[in-house]
Design a protein around this ligand. Structure first.
Ligand code: NAI
Ligand code: MG
Length: 330
């Protein structure tokens, strides 16, 4: 039976890259059915909700989605909540997987093959922010359950890769929250004796990622640190135009490019679809279609190597040119 995949383009360049990713998926020949759905700032303006009930219900029902990007205001708008953050929490998509792999383009540093595993449901993104007069307070929530399950995901992935696990925290300043996270990850990792486990403070990690990114394999960390470090890792290997991510939960998985809605280039036909296409290939891996996933990755790699390239990679091609080239190379 065909897998049903909910397509949520969102705002800005989302509607330019998600249909492309779906076309590439369709071109692999894997039996897939696409179900359109909406979310985002445009949806909020039209309907008063950024994540309509039917979108949430569809992702729940199908268990798979490709999400583009949404434009979130960087001020408080009553009733608005980022739909991707809401999806992660509502569907308990607790593991955010962000691979960073050296790409055959001038802007990428060689020798990098790391996977950032980010806890996706709590930490400073738990949504517990409030204002008390002249003071604003955000609560950082770290639980045993969430820390242990992200640790198990990271350990299992490290075992299938180069067997190195780096725990990133700031337990010297946040001994309760980061201390608990670090201790629980370490305790879970004890069940994987083949792993080499070490830990780094997040600021040191930020520096080491710049200085010696090749040495890292799997990095596991809390929500906000993972958000920041994964963008840093993406920048090392070619930037936002080529960085994919997966949000995995017990009953559903949502794949997305790491980038946002890129309002500065939206509507110009020059968005790099590579990140969305690589997110689609992560989806194929997730549903057990590894051979098709590999074909997509190889096609993308050939296009990165030989072009055409969109302007973010120094080229002059458009989204459609890159798409055509990827499909020809499948
Ligand atoms: P952004 O990722 O949208 O853009 C950052 C820079 O990278 C821009 O110069 C943009 O043109 C470029 N860029 C991003 N994706 C690209 C692509 N595929 N091809 C070529 N160039 C690309 O981040 P920014 O500007 O900080 O945020 C813009 C909006 O996106 C905001 O409203 C923000 O809230 C939202 N956002 C949404 C995310 C999501 O839905 N998951 C994630 C990050 C930001
Ligand atoms: Mg981010």
């Amino acid at each position: 039976m065909a897998h049903r995949i909910v397509l949520i383009p969102g705002d800005g360049i989302g509607p330019e890259v998600i249909p492309v990713a779906a076309r590439v998926l369709a071109a692999t020949g894997v039996a897939l059915e696409f179900v359109p759905a909406e979310a985002g700032w445009g949806t909020f303006e039209r309907r008063g909700t950024a994540l309509p009930e039917e979108t949430l219900a569809l992702v729940r029902e199908c268990g798979l989605a490709l999400f583009g990007a949404v434009s979130s205001p960087s001020r408080k708008v009553p009733g608005y909540r980022s739909p991707i953050v809401a999806l992660r929490r509502e569907l308990d998509l607790y593991a955010n997987l962000r691979p960073a792999l050296s790409a055959p383009i001038p802007g990428s540093r060689p020798g990098i093959d790391l996977l950032l595993v980010r806890e996706n449901t709590e930490g400073l993104y738990a949504g517990r922010e409030r204002r008390e007069g002249e003071t604003a307070i955000a609560e950082r929530v770290i639980t045993r359950g969430a820390s242990e399950r992200i640790a198990r995901v990271a350990c299992a992935l490290a075992r299938s890769r180069r067997r190195r696990l780096t725990i990133v925290h700031k337990a010297n300043i946040l001994p309760e929250t980061c201390g608990l996270f670090r201790d629980l990850v370490r305790a879970q990792a004890a069940a994987y004796p083949a792993l080499r486990v070490d830990e780094l403070l997040v600021d040191t990690m930020a520096m080491r990622l710049v200085l010696t990114p090749e040495e890292f394999d799997v990095i596991v960390t809390t929500n906000l640190f993972g958000d920041i470090l994964s963008d840093e890792a993406a920048a090392l290997v070619g930037g936002m135009g080529i960085a994919p991510a997966g949000n995995i939960g017990p009953e559903a998985a949502v794949f997305e490019p790491v980038h946002g809605s890129a309002p500065d280039i939206a509507g110009k036909g020059i968005a790099n679809p590579t990140a969305a296409i690589l997110a689609a290939s992560m989806l194929l891996t997730h549903i057990g279609e590894e051979q098709a996933a590999r074909r997509v990755r190889q096609a993308v790699w050939r296009v990165l190597e030989h072009g055409p390239h969109t302007p973010d990679l120094g080229g002059a091609a458009g989204t459609a040119d890159v798409t055509r080239a990827v499909i020809e190379n499948l």
